[in-house]
Ligand binder design. Structure first.
Ligand SMILES: [Zn+2]
Ligand SMILES: [Zn+2]
Length: 288
């Protein structure tokens, strides 16, 4: 699920106002003073609101869509908490001229998270409080972790035992995958790397075969785009761990080459499963 990190000024946007308003009207329009290209997002998406000055995310919201800002947003009492409409009328600091976009918020959960523990979609950590908007992935999961390792500066902790950290809160939702379908893909590939069938790994005790990993050609995070499931053997590629890392992490030209080869044999079988998609589209899923 896509997520976005953005800021609120505590004097202008109290979380309690949003919560109260949501109880009655089921949605709140939250204005931001930068334009946003909403083609880049799949809705609903998650928003993390960072409260200016604290470095902390203080709540997580569900964003059902983004609209271009209009004055009517303030004039319609179903769209704004009463307190925000009062400010609109009084117009301190010329707030009326500042809106560019409105996030349509349909749910809010409170929680605390340091902005610097979030990871951008390009794998870099968030280092400053957001100014514009930042597309982020939640700080959990192997992918996010391995990306964070690449961008982190090395550090040796002080000598001696280290207190363990609090458990992470899992922030994103995802579509489950059936291990059986992935296994079917590995069996069908005869436990060979589909990028280069000479790649040797090690014998896994469970299968007694060359260890391979399952990669979804249309990645599961794009399930939102399709009415039918994309979790089936024809969408799954058997890759050695090295090539699996490469298809996620390599230089984009290299990734593009790999995908083009894999798609050649598979677009038809995807279609039979009710997934109509072009090579170009699949490649675009890997651009982020
Ligand atoms: Zn993968
Ligand atoms: Zn390989």
């Amino acid at each position: 699920m896509h997520s976005i990190l953005f800021s609120a000024n505590p004097e202008q946007a109290r979380m309690e106002d949003i919560i109260n308003h949501l109880k009655n009207h089921k949605m709140v329009y939250f204005n931001v003073n930068y334009p946003i290209n909403w083609d880049q997002f799949i809705f609903p998406m998650m928003g993390f609101i960072h409260i200016t000055g604290t470095g902390q995310v203080q709540c997580c919201v569900e964003i059902s869509n983004i609209e271009t800002y209009r004055d009517e947003h303030y004039e319609n009492e179903e769209l704004k908490p009463p307190e925000w409409r009062v400010r609109w009328l009084e117009n301190p600091n010329e707030i009326r001229s500042k809106g560019k976009c409105a996030y349509i918020i349909t749910g809010l959960t409170k929680f605390e998270y340091k902005t610097t523990e979030l990871i951008r979609s390009n794998g870099e950590p968030v280092t400053h409080a957001p100014e514009g908007y930042i597309k982020i992935i939640a700080p959990y999961g192997e992918e996010a972790f391995q990306s964070a390792v690449q961008y982190a500066s090395p550090e040796l902790p002080e000598e001696g035992p280290i207190n363990r950290q609090e458990k992470n809160v899992v922030l994103t939702t995802s579509y489950p995958r059936k291990p059986k379908y992935s296994k079917e893909a590995l069996v069908k590939a005869q436990y060979k790397c589909e990028h280069d069938n000479s790649h040797k790994t090690f014998t896994h005790p469970a299968t007694g075969k060359n260890f391979m990993e399952a990669h979804h050609l249309i990645p599961m995070e794009f399930q939102e785009y399709f009415v039918n499931s994309i979790d089936f053997p024809e969408n799954i590629i058997s890759l050695c761990p090295n090539c699996h890392r490469a298809i996620h992490k390599a230089d984009f030209n290299e990734i593009e080459k790999m995908i083009t080869t894999f798609c050649g044999k598979r677009l038809d079988s995807l279609k039979k499963r009710g997934i109509k998609v072009s090579l170009k589209k699949i490649i675009s899923y890997y651009k982020d």
